[in-house]
Structures are given as C-alpha cells and as structure tokens.
Design a protein around this ligand. Structure first.
Ligand SMILES: [Fe+2]
Length: 193
C-alpha cells in the first residue's frame, strides 16, 4: 500500500466460474439417459425436492466421461488437478424449493442447469458477511441459461427459491477437491492437461 493514496481495495474475494456448454443439446441427451439409471426420490422434511443424493455409485465416472471437455478446460483454467468426490441430480416440481445449505468447508462445487424452464428460479448465493452499511446479508443470483455450469467454493451458502414453473427445473450438482492425493483413488482425477 502506498502512503499517498486513498483507495478502496478488497480484503477478500469469493471467485466463481461460469461455463457455457458448447454442444449442450447433445450432452443433455446423454446426461438425461445416464440419469435414468439413477432415479430421484422425493425428499421429505423442511424442504421439498427430489434427489438421488447418496445413491450414485458410478455416476461420477460416467458424468466425467460425458463432460470431459468442460472439466479439462476448467482444470486448465484453475491450473490444478481435481477430483470429483460426489455427484447427484435434483429436480424441482412446481412449488418445490431447497433451503440454504453449503457443501463443505473445502473444495469447489458445481451446478449444471439441465432443465431451466421460464419462471423457474436460478440458484441464490448468500454473501457470508453482513454489509457494513446496512447490516444486512446480500444475495446474489448468477445470470445463467439452461446448459450453463456455475462453480463456486463449496463453503458458500446457497438456496433455490420455489419453482414457479409448471415444468420441472433439474440440475446436476457435484463436489470437487483440489488435492486429489487426499481423496480415494477410485475417483476421477484430471491429470491429462
Ligand atoms: Fe447445494
């Protein structure tokens, strides 16, 4: 910092990455077919959505095979190898939503928007500190279209507002760790940069 200047800088930065899938319609067909083997069940409790979370053996490898190009591009972009350690799909029928949650203190999490009908909500991300002027929390929606991927640090709280559309919103979400040495060797590791 130079003594003679008065300027604002940022103490902290929370990055995110947006990826537009080039041949999304073809990839969508392959992903939808893949997910037929991993049916979603309606979640019961304080939030409403259907997911196959926790029962996805083999899905990581098959997803990584379909999305090889995008995942390798991302690995090059961050200049790091990573491992996908978990993956699942979520569907939101009309009125369904997911309450605020995060995925881990460590690593990055991705969302691929497989079906995003008009009037269905995007993901809302929650700023992890209060605004010093208003003492309120800021909410950010990343502007996306169907077929986009958004990757954020896994610690960021996020939620999905109720789906207003008569059509289902459907996403695929996954968690990545940047130090593959600490995760099981059976997971996909991108070394081919
Ligand atoms: Fe999430």
């Amino acid at each position: 910092m130079e003594k003679s200047t008065l300027q604002q800088e940022s103490l902290f930065n929370i990055p995110f990455w947006g990826i537009r899938i080039a041949d999304f319609q073809q990839k969508k067909k392959e992903l939808v077919t893949l997910l037929e083997s991993y049916p979603e069940k309606e979640k019961e409790g304080i939030q409403e959505f259907a997911s196959n979370q926790g029962s996805v053996t083999g899905l990581v490898e098959q997803f990584a095979s379909i999305m090889k190009q995008e995942l390798e591009d991302f690995s090059r972009e961050i200049n790091k190898d990573f491992a996908i350690i978990d993956i699942w799909s979520v569907s939101y029928a009309q009125g369904e939503y997911q309450s605020a949650h995060n995925h881990s203190a460590l690593g990055l999490s991705g969302i691929l928007y497989l079906d995003l009908p008009k009037d269905s909500p995007k993901t809302t991300y929650i700023q992890p500190w209060h605004d010093y002027e208003t003492d309120t929390i800021r909410y950010i929606e990343v502007p996306i279209v169907e077929g986009d991927i958004v990757i954020v640090p896994s610690f960021v709280l996020h939620f999905s507002n109720p789906n207003k559309s008569k059509n289902k919103k459907r996403i695929i979400s996954w968690d990545m760790k940047l130090n593959p040495a600490i995760v099981p060797p059976t997971k996909v590791v991108l070394e081919d940069k």
